[in-house]
Design a protein around this ligand. Structure first.
Ligand SMILES: *[C@@H]1O[C@H](CO)[C@@H](O)[C@H](O)[C@H]1NC(C)=O
Ligand SMILES: *[C@@H]1O[C@H](CO)[C@@H](O)[C@H](O)[C@H]1NC(C)=O
Ligand SMILES: [Zn+2]
Length: 480
């Protein structure tokens, strides 16, 4: 039985022999089970090759088909996919769960003027023997992945080399700007390797999508997808790249076994992301972002309500569409737990050593929160008494804010608070005391924080809802 959603199945062949199949009734967001009848002649441990001929639907929840008018170049159509969480079934029949992993190879035939890319290593291109107006692009992904990481893009794409293992791809209108914006990618990859161990995927390319891409970034292996809204011109949103790079270890190598344990992917990835930014911009910067994350967590919990089940770190998704649950909670409550443990267990170096060992232990596997916790206790076996102080039950299973707030260095945040206080308290006569010099030592992240504080102070009584929206957009930018 395989998962499918809006696929038209034409034929199923097993070991060269056509077999019977049925497509069950559609079960809302889950789609329809494809049940294949095995030929009786199969023996135990026999290798089975299943060939399925099928068509996707224009309504596929995984595929976005853009008309030429919806692209930057306006000449050619564009296609991209987004499988996370459970949309791979709307591209191909599969076991659509992160608890199993697969390798894949693919050949994609597209019109000559377009380029196809996938979440895999590029493995050559050739004229399509069946049609001289088309080309075939080949791909191979040798590292086992959960199927939500299968990804495809087709468009009038160009590339620039920005590092020894990195090309940045986009329509030609964005390619120069993208190359400048993401020039730090190789430095980030090196830091990430230092923290997480060797990068096993070969290539690390970036794809800048058209504006209708629904997330800030998606960690498709070998080819991170990012939104063009990251092209700020000053590299200030590069933390999203640090985040997607970190998924090459946490999420893509070590994967949550079910969507209930999504925090394992995202909490560890945010933790690594902030260490990469800390190495680049300083420890105070890491703490500044950590505190920003705590603020986002508070916003999410306020939005859901502090007794809502979706504010638990470990959720229970039976009969719930994972897309309904998506929020900053697994990211920021997960991060807060790891940041708290870092402080409890002896600091960043000690905890990064744990993280490296964790990645080594569980690479290529799909795990649960219990696996993670058992490994934590094994790694810190001489600190069991410290670990036993942690209120695990509250951290994992209680809704609302975590039982403990970690400690944050306040230097960079204080600069924002102090300046906002000066503005809030200023009288008409004081206005001459403000100048652009007030802002010259502030990063763009601090400016966002300063403006957010001003909005809360000035506009909140009038527009409380809009204030929350601005914060969320400025910081996490909706990336996965
Ligand atoms: C694991 O995390 C990935 C994202 O990092 C998500 O797409 C997937 O659904 C998760 N799986 C489970 C079972 O939580
Ligand atoms: C913020 O203001 C307080 C009180 O005036 C001062 O002690 C502190 O050093 C200031 N912090 C920064 C980062 O400017
Ligand atoms: Zn992520």
């Amino acid at each position: 039985i395989l998962d499918t959603k809006d696929l038209k199945i034409e034929k199923v062949v097993i070991n060269g022999q056509e077999v019977q199949f049925t497509v069950g009734e559609k079960q809302s967001f889950r789609g329809s089970p494809l049940e294949i009848v095995l030929p009786v002649a199969l023996s135990k441990k026999q290798e089975v090759v299943v060939e399925i001929s099928y068509e996707t639907s224009p309504q596929s929840s995984a595929l976005q088909w853009l008309t030429p008018e919806q692209t930057s170049g306006k000449k050619h159509p564009y296609l991209f996919s987004q499988c996370q969480a459970i949309h791979c079934r709307a591209i191909l029949p599969c076991q659509d769960t992160p608890s199993v992993k697969l390798t894949y190879s693919a050949e994609v035939s597209v019109p000559n003027e377009l380029v196809a890319l996938m979440s895999a290593v590029r493995d050559g291109e050739a004229p399509d023997p069946a049609d001289s107006s088309r080309k075939i692009y080949k791909f191979i992904q040798k590292v086992p992945i959960p199927c939500y990481l299968i990804a495809l893009v087709v468009g009038a794409l160009e590339s620039r080399k920005i590092g020894p293992r990195t090309l940045v791809w986009s329509e030609k209108e964005q390619v120069e700007k993208s190359a400048l914006e993401f020039s730090e990618t190789e430095r980030m990859l090196k830091i990430a390797e230092d923290l997480g161990g060797p990068y096993v995927w070969g290539q690390y390319d970036l794809l800048v999508l058209p504006p209708s891409f629904p997330y800030g970034g998606m960690e498709n292996p070998c080819l991170t997808f990012v939104t063009p809204t990251l092209l700020a011109g000053d590299k200030s949103l590069s933390n999203v790249i640090a985040h997607e790079i970190s998924h090459s270890w946490t999420g893509n190598l070590v994967t949550n076994k079910t969507w209930d344990h999504f925090w394992l992917n995202e909490g560890h990835t945010v933790y690594l992301e902030r260490h990469i930014c800390g190495r680049l911009f300083g420890e105070k910067f890491r703490h500044f972002h950590a505190l920003g994350g705590w603020g986002e967590l508070k916003n999410s919990i306020k939005t859901f309500g502090d007794t809502h089940a979706f504010t638990k770190l470990v959720v229970s998704l039976k009969d719930v569409d994972p897309d309904e649950v998506y929020s900053s909670v697994p990211y920021e409550k997960g991060f807060a737990l790891l940041f708290y443990l870092e402080q409890l267990l002896g600091g960043p170096e000690v905890f990064l050593a744990f993280l490296k060992a964790y990645i080594k232990e569980f690479s290529y596997k799909s795990i649960t929160t219990d696996d993670w916790k058992a490994f934590l206790y094994a790694h810190f076996k001489d600190k069991t008494d410290v670990l036993n102080q942690v209120d695990w039950n509250a951290w994992f299973f209680s809704p609302g804010l975590p039982p403990v707030k970690p400690k944050y260095d306040m230097t960079l945040t204080e600069a924002c608070i102090n300046l906002s206080q000066r503005w809030i308290k200023a009288k008409e006569d004081d206005l001459g005391t403000f100048s652009s010099a007030d802002l010259k030592d502030m990063s763009s992240h601090q400016l966002i924080e300063f403006l957010a504080l001003m909005l809360v102070a000035v506009a909140a009584p009038l527009h409380p809802v809009q204030v929350g929206g601005c914060r969320a957009l400025g910081s996490r930018n909706g990336h996965r």
